[in-house]
Ligand binder design. Sequence first.
Ligand code: ADP
Ligand code: 5GP
Length: 188
Amino acid sequence: MSKGRLIVLTGPSGVGKGTLLRSLIQRHEDLYLSVSVTTRSPRPGEVDGKNYYFVTRPQFERMVAQGEFLEWAEFAGNCYGTPRRTVEEKIREGKWVILEIELDGARQIRKSFPSALQIFIAPPSMVELETRIRGRGQDSETAIARRLERAWEEVDAAGEFDIQVVNDDLERALGEIEQALFEPAAVC
Ligand code: ADP
Ligand code: 5GP
């Protein structure tokens, strides 16, 4: 059995993390994408238990108090957290577990799982980022403004991550992520 591993994928909202991950999971069925818990309302088409576990704020607070999260953070007015038990079980089973989380959460994981590979997905430009968020057509003006404001802070922190991948061309960006995951670094 392979050795379990934790992989963190972070980047501003709208940069294309979900799009990249959908392709990655399709190509590598052995990767496990952790399903987070959130107090955000579902977007059209989002399914409870698949995209997120959607809970109320009191439910989320109870889960925090009971230590059920590996990490959690507040983002653009909503709370998001990674369920501890499932992730620990999958790693014990030898799975490669991917967390798609924002900056605060990635920083928490860096402390608790220093061996996790941390990947930052950067936009080609802030103008393109806004175009993508708007193009997705699923966020209110307030949500878009909050996400863009936060994006500057996240892009500033890109250097904290093990690798940075610019999601300009989707296939090229995917190739870079695959290389980081599956090809051992050359030894000179
Ligand atoms: P995130 O999960 O980071 O919030 P999404 O995966 O929802 O972002 O992508 C946001 C929008 O950008 C979607 O409409 C998606 O189709 C588009 N997108 C993603 N990657 C690219 C790319 N490389 N080039 C152009 N558009 C992209
Ligand atoms: P969205 O509302 O666009 O789905 O997600 C907003 C942000 O929350 C994204 O940057 C996403 O990566 C992040 N996020 C999703 N799940 C989690 C989680 O479990 N923990 C943390 N810290 N961030 C998360």
